[in-house]
Design a binder for this molecule. Sequence first.
Ligand SMILES: [Mn+2]
Length: 355
Amino acid sequence: MQSIARKGIHYLQRLNAANVPADLIEKGQKRVIDASLTLIRERAKLKGELVRALGGAKASTSLLGVPLGHNSSFLQGPAFAPPRIREAIWCGSTNATTEEGKELNDPRVLTDVGDVPVQEIRDCGVDDDRLMNIIGESVKLVMEEEPLRPLILGGDHSISFPVVRAVSEKLGGPLDILHLDAHPDIYHAFEGNKYSHASSFARIMEGGYARRLLQFLLAEPKTDRDGVATSQVGIRSITKEGREQGKKFGVEQYEMRTFSRDRDFLENLKLGEGVKGVYISLDVDSLDPAFAPGVSHIEPGGLSFRDILNILHNLQGNIVGADVVEFNPQRDTVDGMTAMVAAKLVRELTAKISK
Ligand SMILES: [Mn+2]
């Protein structure tokens, strides 16, 4: 299934060889991209107008879905996550109030501009260089509408690169990034893919979009992905690369095995002073699989849901954007437990961003 999704989508490139004029395809692609961005632009504009008309909001969270799963090294299910997360946000089994008392059904607290139509754009033969730019452009369209701030529903973790790049470019400087994950996602490239979900933070650091990157890794750097772990030597060398990359970029890495020692520090963070703000990237697999089984890379020994909330609730800083990534509905329990977990992360992040 994965190879079909990866290779089948490029049939338009093969048409090129069959004497279909290149400019016919390029013009068609441009129309589809323009139409995609137009819908996001107009929805963001309407939501921005609404929030400003209601008045009183200094920062207001707006959801943007990025249903992209093909840069995952293992399973592509995160492409199906955004609608499942939305459904769970508004699930009748709970109410619309966050733990600290924000009302999510107030548009000054939360609006939604819909999804970047990733699959539709790829179906037209658009490659990843351009797709990443389209994702970034979509983020900027949200930020264009003061006081909207983007909260991204992933998608695999590859989307954090174009999102952070866009937020940093739009604000005109680097950010402090809080990254909760079982994995460092900082390989130079994974299986030859520079846009891999295991490489997003290498791209972010190379681009100079972060002053500080604080990674709370809930396990050792993961190495047994998608056939790579056929050799013990390979495992060690990849692990070594993950560590060396972290050192090279000056990443502040905290590991789960020392969490009890680091807890006090992590629950009293103050970030973003002297830069353009704080970005939070939240991989659902940072949670122990007992709390969130619906992820592609199950890694026992993670944080509890309350551990994460304590870190988020106590964080001080101006949060200018965030993402919740790597929820895989195809691995969830039948009653959608991980969808509810991802949704609550989105709800509590919303409360943290909106003010
Ligand atoms: Mn991860």
